[in-house]
Design a protein around this ligand. Structure first.
Ligand SMILES: Nc1ncnc2c1ncn2[C@@H]1O[C@H](COP(=O)(O)OP(=O)(O)O)[C@@H](O)[C@H]1O
Ligand SMILES: [Mg+2]
Length: 327
């Protein structure tokens, strides 16, 4: 098969995403031919290239358009308009999952637990249920923990107003205020379409986290850099296969992940982020369609753990996508 690797450049990030070479290795090993196509802020060269190359399938790893993650779904929409087949979720799946408030509304409809929340934008308040301190304040349409710091978890009105003000200035978008869920954090990868299966559960271990900071995967914890002594947060988080995790709880987490994936009508693969209270209550924090496929990332490691080595995982995604179009 001829497969186009569609990816985004990130001016702020490293020059080349390691996942590209990893995917190429995996796909070449399975006898596929590949080319790279980059999504920038100019759409014409991309359209010409895709028309010229005419791939059998596009491996869609585009996470933004022109640096805007809110435009992610439009890239998939463009592939639809060009009549191309591609891996991962549809524009509507990407759009809904990319909007945390909308995601939560749909999850609630399906009786999947997600923290209570309110959104506020220029005085317009959209809220459901009761909120009590502490709450976490975040931009509803960003990813990779952009805009999430230790100060995002607030305990009183003054801190809340400050956090909201900061976000509104930075992102010029609505602000999401969400019930803070104290507890453990887990990631569950899922694969499939007609029959969706969950991968082994991974935990974000906070046991070495600085005790004076809220236990969240803040920008500093994820990427190790925000200037203010962030190193300790980065060093203090590690994703692990939890030992001694109650099998019943793990099974319930996997079931919730599959339900959330299906509720949002996602396709092929995704990763669901969960928080679990000491009482064993499971809350969906975020649903990530087309999640990051880097070999050492949570999704690929979980797949490997389930017996799907990296090349087999990538081939499975190609097969899942191709099978959708064959119907
Ligand atoms: N309601 C919440 N309760 C507790 N922690 C939360 C909550 N929402 C987010 N977090 C923490 O913040 C991190 C980033 O939030 P998330 O919504 O996943 O944003 P992103 O899309 O940037 O990953 C989560 O991994 C979790 O550690
Ligand atoms: Mg997340």
């Amino acid at each position: 098969m001829k497969i186009g690797l569609l990816h985004t450049t990130d001016a702020a990030g490293p020059p080349e995403d390691p996942v590209l070479a990893q995917l190429e290795d995996a796909l070449h090993g399975r006898g596929h031919e590949t080319f790279r196509a980059v999504v920038t802020e100019e759409v014409e060269p991309l359209i010409s290239q895709l028309r010229r190359e005419a791939p059998d399938l596009v491996f869609n790893m585009a996470e933004a358009f022109g640096g805007k993650s809110a435009l992610e779904s439009n890239v998939a929409a463009l592939l639809n308009l060009l009549g191309l087949r591609y891996t991962g979720s549809s524009p509507s799946g990407l759009m809904v999952a990319g909007d945390k408030a909308l995601t939560k509304k749909i999850l609630s409809f399906h009786q999947i637990k997600t923290p209570q929340f309110a959104t506020v934008f220029r005085g317009a308040l959209d809220s459901v249920g009761d909120l009590n301190f502490p709450v976490i304040v975040k931009p509803p349409q960003e990813d990779a923990s952009l805009g999430i710091t230790a100060k995002s978890v607030v305990h009183d009105i003054k801190q809340l107003l400050e956090a909201m003000d900061g976000l509104q200035k930075e992102f010029k978008s609505p602000v999401l205020v969400e019930q803070y869920v104290e507890g453990r954090e887990f990631y569950v990868g899922v694969l499939g379409n007609a029959s969706v299966t969950a991968l082994p559960v991974i935990e974000l271990d906070f046991s070495k986290f600085p005790s004076d900071k809220p236990r969240i995967a803040s920008y500093a914890a994820k990427w190790g850099d925000d200037g203010e002594g962030a190193g300790a947060e980065f060093a203090g988080t590690e994703s692990v296969f939890p030992t001694g995790l109650d099998a019943e709880l793990a099974g319930r987490m996997q079931a919730v992940a599959v339900e959330a994936f299906e509720a949002l009508r996602l396709r092929d693969y995704g990763r669901i982020d969960l928080r679990v209270t000491d009482a064993g209550e499971i809350f969906v924090i975020e649903v990530n369609p087309n999640c990051y496929l880097e070999k050492s990332g949570e999704f690929a490691r979980a797949a490997e753990r389930s017996g799907l080595a990296y090349p087999a995982l990538i081939e499975r995604i190609v097969e899942l996508a191709s099978a959708r179009y064959a119907r």
